[in-house]
Design a protein around this ligand. Sequence first.
Ligand SMILES: [Zn+2]
Length: 208
Amino acid sequence: MGKSTKNNEENFESQQEPDLLEGSGFKRQSSHGDECDDYLENENNDFEGVGLCDQLPRPWGNSTKWRAAGSLRTLFQQVNSLAAGRNKIKDGTIGDLAHQQRSSDHNPWVLDKDSHMGIVTAVDITHDPANGCDCNILAKSLQENKDKRIKYVIWNKQIMSSTVSPWTWRPYTGANPHNKHLHISVGCERSVCDLNDNWKIKISESNV
Ligand SMILES: [Zn+2]
């Protein structure tokens, strides 16, 4: 005891993201995670993607089993490999209790029919340019490579969707400016969200 929150934040290098990839319940796994208010409505005012995929029936609760989409596991592995000493303080997958009340890809709303778990189809990646993970560079590479798994990306008050004005940055006016973490949502179809191919990403000018 006796450590202040500030000290804990400064000691980020000793912190691994605990149970970001699988778990139960709705506690935000990153103790300092942002309230990521990802939100994208389509022209019909529906949350993008709902209706396309099998859904984990509500109500959800603290015994609800979930896992991160396979494609996002791969993404985390690549980012961790490219920037081994990066700050993970804003990393996240599963949302908190508040997320359950709204449409969010941080909810485990996609059903894995094989395991009967819910699949979380969004991740937040911490912006830490000093330690090799620059979300400005990541955002640019995601725009350039147009990976078919992406549903939308939110970064620094802008949103880029693969379906709405595809691959162009538009203003994002959610409460969270997303300037400390980059949000990526992937499509809800299993063939998309669980596609484990390596991503073509760049997170630092030194990446080739
Ligand atoms: Zn997010």
